[in-house]
Write a protein that binds this ligand. Sequence first.
Ligand code: SF4
Length: 288
Amino acid sequence: MTAQEFDLVTDRLRGRAIFLYFHLMGEPMLHPLLPDFIRMAREKGFRTVLTSNGTLPAKAMRLLSSLPHKVQLSLHSHESNGKGILADYIDKVMQFAIPAAEQGTCVVLRLWNQGGRESENEQVMQLLEKYVQKPWHERPDGYRLCDNLYLEFDRKFEWPVVQQAPSSSPEGEGFLDSIDPLNDVFEQKEVTKNSPPRGSRRGAEIFCKALYKQIGVLSDGSLVPCCMDHNGDITLGNLFTQSLDEILDSPRAKAMVEGFRHHKASELLCRNCESGNVRNSFRGKPKS
Ligand code: SF4
């Protein structure tokens, strides 16, 4: 996205959104205009939030002069990606995190790996203690290490996917067909003929604040309902050429909102989305 395009999109969102998150898949630190974008967004009244894997320390340090409102650093990415020495990685993260927190940015160190690759977590916590000594203040979802610096736990993050399924699939029956004839495809994830895919929403209650409290904008201006839809499976319009109201007034967008009101998903991606499953609306430290 160019500076002109960013200017246009933020003009169209101005007054309609408070928080502006610089992530929808991908690593935002790679964008050469990121510091400029943060400044532009702040001048337009947005509160800016950034999520990074923390592996680009030089690019992170240049943000210290244009810090966003909040930075989320995915420490779980080290074990997932299996690259480099953990202590070196944590050192680079903390070289940025501590001065950023001291300058008033809320910095959240994420270990979102419960149920996944979480064997390094204890070691990560021991390393963090070298930079911020205990006692840490315990919170429901982790710890406050010091002013503006948090450690946060959550489940392993799973991207929902949409794939074509056989037309005879029983998933095709019911609410989806009546509410969304545009999408004659059905989500499948680790699917076998006789067992429902993991995360399948058939019969599950689904609720999401998408289009009511959140939207996503891809780099080509496509408007999607959330940050899960990095592929643009639910492209509802384009903010480069349309207003937000015009897009939200489309039948497809209205069907989504109406569906969520009834704890149903009109879109197949949503039916395979862990975030939309009502039973998953919690976060917390592992219970000992
Ligand atoms: S249920 Fe999941 S995929 Fe659907 S809009 Fe919400 S966050 Fe996005």
